[in-house]
Ligand binder design. Structure first.
Ligand SMILES: [Zn+2]
Length: 248
């Protein structure tokens, strides 16, 4: 069940059965020469929508722009200031809480978002405390999880891609988008086969260190079969974790 494909009476009815919603959250940023700009938003969206369909829980609209300052040296990247992202997430949560949601699970697809998501959850809790409704306010709990940290996924990635996984424009995430969008296979001459690794500073420095946008990865290893395995395992783990969170 997806919020943006539902009517308000359907959301009213859902709230009679559950106060929990799952929001995919990611970014719009370069993913090397063959990765889609939407990869980090698409991966959690693909996993979340399948989990929602299988288990009958509600999936919110994807929060699809995040913390991508260091990718701004590459065309197409869109980024939010941390303060903007915190303000937007707080307003999303405030809107949902106003309708009676009490559990918000953010499934994240971009490692660079993690610290800002945690700050936003702190801001959301402040909003509850300072909101004037005091101890009578309904309880609100948030949690966030990176999709690759769902139970069993790190080990599966290690099995599928023992070499060349790297940490940006990885074959695992690109496999998921290839599985979901088989017609969107991009091709490019990639050299060196495995990209360099190193630190992340700002956008100009990033482009100098990582000229084609990859970090430590060989995305030519990506394939739809691996993507299907990752999605199947992640959906199973997500259903279990979301159910526990929703019931707590
Ligand atoms: Zn990514």
């Amino acid at each position: 069940m997806q919020l943006h494909l539902s009517s308000w009476p359907e959301i009213d009815a859902y709230l009679q059965t559950s106060k929990a919603i799952l929001i995919p959250i990611g970014s719009t940023e370069q993913h090397g020469p063959i990765g889609l700009l939407g990869t980090d938003a698409l991966c959690p969206e693909i996993i979340a929508r399948r989990a929602g369909d299988e288990a009958g829980f509600l999936i919110g609209p994807t929060f699809n722009v995040g913390q991508s300052q260091h990718h701004m040296g590459f065309a197409g990247t869109i980024t939010l200031r941390p303060s903007t992202m915190i303000a937007c997430m707080t307003d999303w949560a405030g809107s949902l809480r106003r309708h009676g949601f009490e559990r918000i699970y953010w499934l994240n697809g971009h490692g660079g978002n993690a610290s800002t998501i945690n700050a936003a959850i702190t801001a959301i809790y402040h909003e509850v405390t300072f909101g004037g409704s005091g101890h009578n306010a309904p309880p609100l709990r948030c949690m966030s999880r990176n999709w690759w940290e769902l139970s069993g996924i790190t080990a599966l990635i290690r099995d599928l891609f023992p070499n060349g996984e790297g940490c940006h424009a990885t074959p695992s995430e690109i496999s998921i988008t290839r599985f979901a969008f088989p017609d969107l296979q991009k091709r490019a001459d990639i050299s060196p086969k495995v990209a360099p690794t190193g630190p992340i500073f700002d956008a100009e420095d990033f482009r100098r260190r990582y000229p084609d946008g990859r970090m430590g990865s060989d995305p030519t290893l990506a394939n739809a079969q691996a993507g299907e395995k990752l999605v199947t395992a992640a959906v199973k783990a997500l259903i279990s974790e979301f159910r526990t969170f929703a019931a707590a």
